[in-house]
Design a protein around this ligand. Structure first.
Ligand code: ADP
Length: 425
């Protein structure tokens, strides 16, 4: 329409300039008015007087005014769209028929933080995804699914986005259709789903081994118990018992984790005499046969008074850490259970250290992950489930605290947890 108007005006202009030869100034005024979309006054050029000139001026002025109104309306339509979509939580993207980006709201920037200054750029330059471009084509052809999940692989991370798109009439009056896309970031859900799948796979794997052993031994016992000598039978039954215990600990740890992770998991906080609690836990260990060959000592800060915490859960933290120190250090090793008050930070630090073989540096960042073990065989052989340290971390976090591990190969390992002395309820 714009072009048609311009052509019309140009023809009129030529006609006028021929007709009114010598009135160059008038022609220049008209030209400038057209370029600048400004109406002009007919009596500014007395030399160009006459009815035709006046008609021409009025028609041109009318057309210029219409054109200006049309342009303002188009710009404000886009601006209005921009203002409406700008505040939406969902990311919105509008592209023209050549995939030039016309509009992108701020939520789009949250999903693709590196896509800055993207207006007027081509879609393929900004979002590197063949799948998305294919989806854009499908939307234009009307063959797209209502929702499509697309993986955007960036150099340092992968994002999953659920996208839905539709075509809209071009607001600039051009013949092609624009396309509007609403993008919803589902990366977090995807990651959780993957973690859940991994967890189920890990649990199945952990259950399978003891169950297979139990099944095998029971079958042998059922089939051959009459001919089997007593020593073999006892050995078989002991193995079945060991693996049953392993299954039991695994289920116990899984239940504990699931309770800690459940949304309504609450701490049962009470005022606790922490030093007395630690002394009694360590005393229990000293009386246990499996700790007989270890030297367990305490180093407790006398400044620690009563603290508000969940005694059962903190006991579990200490049990898991001391159990590990016993499991993964040889007989004769020393284990120290310490607690220190840090008044400036309003925290109490509880630590369990040993002088055992230590943990390789490469394993340290993963040590609190579920089912992570440094030496798989050794952990299983000692009844480990690979869940003890993730339980420790969960309990510390629930108290508003944190955990840390330090280890040097051949020198030993120290686990620390910090718990706030003035917990937020
Ligand atoms: P597990 O049930 O296997 O003991 P944890 O989550 O408690 O599982 O511990 C994870 C792994 O960390 C263990 O399998 C072991 O390899 C390592 N580990 C934990 N504590 C110590 C320690 N004190 N010294 C050496 N290695 C340790």
């Amino acid at each position: 329409m714009l072009e048609a108007v311009l052509v019309l005006l140009a023809v009129a202009l030529v006609w006028t300039s021929v007709k009114l030869a010598g009135h160059r100034r008038a022609v220049r005024t008209v030209r400038e008015a057209l370029v600048q979309r400004q109406t002009f006054l007919r009596h500014e050029h007395p030399g160009a007087a006459g009815k035709d000139w006046i008609d021409f001026c009025e028609t041109s002025n009318d057309l210029i005014e219409k054109l200006t109104k049309l342009e303002t309306a188009q710009t404000s339509q886009l601006a209005q769209l921009d203002a409406t979509l700008g505040s939406l939580k969902e990311a919105v993207l509008v592209v023209d028929s050549h995939n030039h980006i016309l509009l992108a709201n701020s939520s789009l920037q949250d999903i693709f933080p590196r896509a800055t200054e993207i207006i007027d750029q081509r879609l393929e330059v900004v979002l590197h995804s063949v799948t998305f471009l294919n989806y854009v084509d499908a939307v234009r052809k009307g063959t797209a699914e209502p929702y499509h999940e697309i993986e955007f692989v960036e150099t340092d991370e992968t994002r999953w986005v659920e996208v839905t798109g539709t075509t809209i009439p071009a607001l600039d009056g051009a013949s092609g259709q624009w396309a509007l896309f609403v993008l919803h970031d589902v990366t977090r859900q995807k990651r959780l789903e993957r973690m859940r799948k991994e967890f189920v796979a890990n649990v199945s794997h952990e259950l399978r081994t003891p169950l297979a052993v139990i099944k095998g031994y029971i079958e042998t016992l059922v089939d051959g118990h009459q001919d089997m000598d007593l020593a073999d039978r006892t050995r078989f039954l002991n193995t079945v018992q060991r693996h049953t215990e392993r299954l039991n600990s695994l289920l116990d740890d899984l239940l504990t984790l699931s309770r800690l992770e459940s949304s309504n998991s609450a701490l049962e906080r009470e005022s606790v005499e922490l030093r007395a609690m630690i002394l009694s836990i360590v005393e229990d260990y000293r009386n246990r046969p499996d700790a007989a060959e270890h030297k367990v000592i305490t180093q407790l800060d006398s400044a620690i008074n009563r603290l508000i915490l969940d005694p059962l859960k903190v006991t579990q933290v200490l049990n898991n850490l001391i159990d590990n120190a016993l499991k993964y250090t040889p007989a004769g090793s020393g284990i120290t259970v310490g607690a220190e008050l840090h008044p400036a930070e309003a925290e109490v630090e509880i630590r369990v250290s040993d002088d055992g073989p230590g943990i390789p540096e490469a394993d340290l960042p993963h040590i609190f992950e579920r089912f992570y073990r440094v030496e798989k065989g050794r952990s299983r052989e000692r009844g480990g489930t690979g869940l003890g340290l993730s339980i420790v971390k969960h309990i510390a976090t629930l108290h508003g605290g944190r955990v840390q591990v330090e280890s040097t190969l051949g020198e030993g390992t120290t686990f620390r947890i910090w718990i706030p002395t003035h917990p937020k309820q």
